[in-house]
Write a protein that binds this ligand. Structure first.
Ligand code: ADP
Ligand code: MG
Ligand code: ZN
Length: 590
């Protein structure tokens, strides 16, 4: 019975998806256009906005999936002005609600909001208004706990519905309904009753999370199976994606960033993301010492300093900010030319959003990520306590480890988008690299060696960190832990990649232990490791022969960098040449 239901729902949503929702012949089409231009002062729609608006105005339940910054808010703000009645907007963050209410109020739109800090008298007044037959309020923003905690709110909403005035329920950040998402919020589960309680009112969910798993869970949680899903593309064709092997020493690491800022990104503005306040401070100080203008931004700055730093960056008095992810919301600088990740993000989702702050103007911009194995543990020991977090982190690690597949393809796959071989247009390090070769490493013997070390350690009641395991593998460190085999024919860098690969593929697992100061990640055998003794076992890892950034390869590296600077400037020349006015600004560095 369940599978029949499932099939019917699928049919339903497939049929809805076949409709061309971009049409301009609906009864409301003229109003929609006028409101866009007169009330919102916008010239035209961004991709899929009109589809979502038409579908929700048709009375369909809709889940709209669009990247951050694509303009999801307009998809419920505009319809609220087209028909009479009230639109309820559920949004998780008070600051976001306040921003939107301020902006709508400045457009003379009748809007109110209720959050946990709204005074009682005001709530009473608002509730009185929404249950009134002659209410002229267009939008009411509420946080999700309103549905969980306030019977009075629900009662008044029912009156509003009974009066035929509950026009639409918009649920922003709707992925928060799902435990499988990266941002589950328990209060969102109370929204599941709405579709049954207000059967004639369409629900519009909005999110930047596109994984099929999360979306179908969201439909289930909201009890709107088979509802229409409208998705706009996540591909950002003007962003170039690249991974850089991160050196062990912070000093060398900063030299790479220094080099990038002084040459490749000379005269450009960007962001350097770090994963700790200390790193962001250290990097800013060190780069400043080396003659660069770099500020730092993190949650420990008071509001005043934050504004100051942000403004200086916005006005190009800083070339870059070394920042934690606290630097995120409210960045509306269109010409961010580079986003460097000094440490990997916690999830691909976060990575997409953080790196996506580059190139909003549509011109060439670059997203560079510095990766090394040790950083996995820096992040994992911070996030491991919630379910799903490690899987999300390992997704990010897979993106970095990958040496064979187009980076954009991996991003597209993450967002369940179709991808063609030529879609990248050489806009990632993998596709633009014509020199290096892909090599496959056979991991069978390596696995056996690693298992033997792990077993030796277990017998001695010793726990192995990844570094200790690597040492023993390379016949270094305590003699008692070393294996009986030969030294592996791998560089230490590649061996680190092998270890990370085995981790994300479940051949090894992390095991977390607490000390009074910190959490330590130890390495154990994973569930897949049992299969290595099978006769037909085979495990291969594709790697790209890269130029390690070690001492004896410095020359190579700087040559590679020089080559990259040239090709970047060349690309810039191409896009700047398109607008003649800009041509005089081209600086060519040789
Ligand atoms: P999201 O919720 O998808 O992250 P927002 O709704 O916050 O995005 O919108 C991001 C920015 O895009 C806002 O400044 C908004 O005014 C702007 N915007 C939205 N739609 C359009 C449009 N059709 N044309 C130009 N700007 C738009
Ligand atoms: Mg939004
Ligand atoms: Zn590519």
């Amino acid at each position: 019975k369940n599978s029949l239901k499932h099939a019917i729902n699928k049919l339903k949503s497939d049929k809805l998806a076949e409709v061309d929702w971009e049409g301009t012949n609906y009864t409301w089409s003229n109003d929609v256009k006028d409101i866009l231009q007169i009330v919102f002062q916008l010239e035209s729609f961004r991709p899929k906005q009109l589809s979502v608006i038409n579908a929700t105005l048709s009375g369909q339940h809709v889940i709209a999936v669009m990247p951050t910054g694509a303009g999801k808010s307009l998809c419920y703000q505009l319809p609220a002005m087209v028909q009479g009645g009230l639109t309820i907007v559920v949004s998780p963050l008070v600051s976001l609600i306040e921003d939107q209410v301020r902006s709508l109020t400045s457009k003379q739109i009748a809007v109110k909001y209720i959050t946990s800090t709204t005074p009682k008298e005001q709530i009473t007044e608002i509730l009185h208004t929404i249950s009134d037959k002659h209410c002229n309020m267009k939008l009411l923003y509420v946080t999700p706990e309103r549905f969980a905690k306030s019977k009075r709110f629900m009662a008044n909403l029912q009156k509003c519905y009974a009066n035929g005035r509950l026009q639409r329920i918009a649920i922003d950040e709707v992925h928060c309904c799902s435990q499988w998402g990266h941002d589950f919020r328990p209060d969102y589960k109370y929204l599941g009753i709405l579709s049954g309680m207000f059967q004639k009112t369409p629900i519009l969910g909005l999110t930047a999370t596109a994984t099929a798993h999360v979306l179908s869970d969201v439909q289930k949680m909201l009890s709107i199976p088979g509802s229409l899903v409208i998705k706009s593309t996540f591909n950002r064709p003007n962003l170039y994606y690249k991974i850089i092997k991160k050196p062990t020493s912070q000093d060398e690491c900063i030299s790479i960033i220094e080099n990038l800022l002084k040459h490749r990104y000379r005269g450009e503005t960007g962001i350097i993301y770090t994963n700790s306040i200390k790193d962001s401070e250290d990097i800013a100080i060190e780069l400043t010492k080396r003659g660069l203008k770099v500020g730092c931004y993190h949650a420990n700055l008071d509001a005043n300093d934050r504004t100051k730093v942000h403004t200086k960056w916005h006005e190009k008095k800083y070339q870059a900010l070394a920042a934690t992810v606290a630097f995120g919301m409210g960045i509306d600088k269109p010409d961010v030319r580079f986003v460097i990740h000094h440490t990997i993000s916690k999830t691909m989702e976060n990575y997409y959003q953080e790196s996506g702050r580059a190139g909003r103007d549509g011109n060439h911009a670059e997203c560079v990520t510095m990766y090394r194995m040790q950083d996995i543990f820096k992040v994992s020991s911070m996030v491991f306590s919630s379910i799903g977090n490690l899987d999300h982190l390992y997704g990010m690690v897979k993106y970095c480890l990958n040496g064979a597949t187009c980076r954009r393809q991996l991003i597209a796959e993450h967002f369940d988008e179709d991808w063609g071989d030529t879609d990248c247009n050489k806009m990632c390090d993998i596709c633009s690299d014509e020199q290096s070769e892909i090599e496959e490493i056979d991991l069978q013997w390596h696995c056996k060696t690693l298992v033997s070390i792990i077993e030796i350690a277990e017998n001695q009641d010793t726990k192995l960190t990844a570094n200790k395991l690597l040492d023993a593998w390379f016949l270094k460190g305590p003699v008692a832990l070393r294996h009986k085999g030969k030294l592996p024919k791998l560089s230490r860098e590649v061996a680190e990649d092998v270890l990370a690969f085995l981790l994300v593929e479940n051949y090894l697992v992390e095991d977390f232990h607490f000390t009074s100061y910190t959490t330590i990640s130890y390495i154990k055998k994973g569930p897949c490791m049992d299969s290595i003794h099978d006769t037909n076992f085979s495990l291969k890892m594709p790697i790209r022969k890269y130029t390690p950034l070690s001492q004896n390869n410095k020359k190579e590296t700087s040559r590679e960098m020089a080559h990259q600077v040239k090709s970047f400037k060349k690309r810039k020349t191409t896009f700047e040449a398109e607008s003649e006015a800009k041509v005089s600004k081209i600086v060519v560095i040789d």
